[in-house]
Design a protein around this ligand. Structure first.
Ligand code: FE2
Length: 249
C-alpha cells in the first residue's frame, strides 16, 4: 500500500530531518515504523544546495578534499557533483506533474520499491538517499576513533570485535558483483552486514547504520580496478563508527 502523502516537502536528510519526523508522525502506525526504521538517521547538519525542484542535492558534510588521499577531490567532484546531483536532477524530471512531486524522498522510495513500472523513480530516489547516507558514513580521520559505547559492545557481540566487523564489511563490499553497496545494519538486537545491488537498500527490518558505495564511480579515479584496496582504505581511515552508533537510535 502506498503511504499517504501529508505535505509537499523537499526534505533532505541533511537539513530537513525534523520535517521527516513531523511527516512520519501523521502517518499510520505502520507507516511511522517503516519510515523511522528504514530512513531516519543521525545526519550532521549542513546547508543544502539551492533547490531547483521538489528534491535537492544535500551539501557534503566536509570539504571536497577532506577525504583525500583515499577519496580525492576529483572523485568527490564527479561523485557528488555529477552522479549524486544527476540523480536529483533526474528525479525532479520524473516527478514533474505527478503525485510523487508532493512526496518526501522517503515516501517516493517506499511507494516505488519493488514496482517494475516505477523502477526509474525508485532508482533515482534511492540513490539520492543512499549517497547522502554514504557521505555521512565517512569522516576525515573517522576510523582513527576507536568505537565506544553501544556500537563497540554490539560490534563485539555480533562479530567478535571491530576488526571482525571490518572483515565482514570488506568481504561484502568486494563480494558484491557489479555496482552496489555494503551495509552495516541493525537487525533487532544484533548487527549484520549485508550487500545490495545497484540502488537497492537493505530489506525491511534491517536498519542501516553505515554504508560503503562500491559502484566503480566511487573509486575508479583513485584506485582503478582495485576495489579491495579502496574498501580497505575506507575502513581503515574514513569510516565513522560514531555515525553508526548514533543510528542505533
Ligand atoms: Fe555512488
Amino acid at each position: 500500500m502506498d503511504p499517504p502523502v501529508t505535505e509537499n516537502d523537499d526534505w533532505t536528510p541533511f537539513s530537513r530531518r525534523s520535517a521527516l519526523l513531523a511527516a512520519a508522525a501523521s502517518l499510520t502506525a505502520a507507516g511511522v515504523t517503516i519510515l523511522r526504521d528504514r530512513f531516519a538517521f543521525a545526519a550532521a547538519p549542513a546547508s543544502a544546495a539551492a533547490p531547483t525542484g521538489p528534491f535537492t542535492l544535500p551539501a557534503l558534510p566536509y570539504k571536497d578534499d577532506a577525504l583525500a588521499p583515499v577519496i580525492s577531490a576529483q572523485t568527490i567532484g564527479f561523485h557528488h557533483g555529477k552522479h549524486h546531483k544527476g540523480y536529483v536532477t533526474k528525479l525532479n524530471e520524473l516527478v514533474a506533474g505527478t503525485e510523487y512531486a508532493g512526496m518526501t524522498l522517503e515516501q517516493v522510495v517506499v511507494a516505488t520499491t519493488g514496482k517494475a513500472d516505477k523502477a526509474a523513480l525508485f532508482n533515482n530516489a534511492a540513490q539520492i538517499w543512499n549517497h547522502t547516507f554514504f557521505w555521512n558514513s565517512l569522516k576525515p580521520g573517522g576510523a582513527g576513533a576507536v568505537p565506544t559505547g553501544r556500537i563497540k559492545d554490539k560490534l563485539q557481540s555480533s562479530f567478535g570485535g571491530v576488526d571482525e566487523a571490518k572483515k565482514a564489511l570488506h568481504q561484502a563490499a568486494t563480494g558484491q558483483f557489479g555496482s552496489g553497496w555494503a551495509w552495516l545494519v541493525a537487525a533487532g538486537d544484533k548487527l549484520e552486514v549485508v550487500k545490495t545491488s545497484n540502488a537497492e537498500r537493505p530489506s525491511a527490518g534491517k536498519k542501516p547504520l553505515l554504508t560503503i558505495d562500491v559502484w566503480e564511480h566511487a573509486y575508479y579515479l583513485d584506485f582503478q580496478n582495485r576495489r579491495a584496496d579502496y574498501v580497505q582504505a575506507v575502513l581503515d581511515k574514513l569510516i565513522d563508527w560514531s555515525f553508526a552508533d548514533k543510528n542505533l537510535g
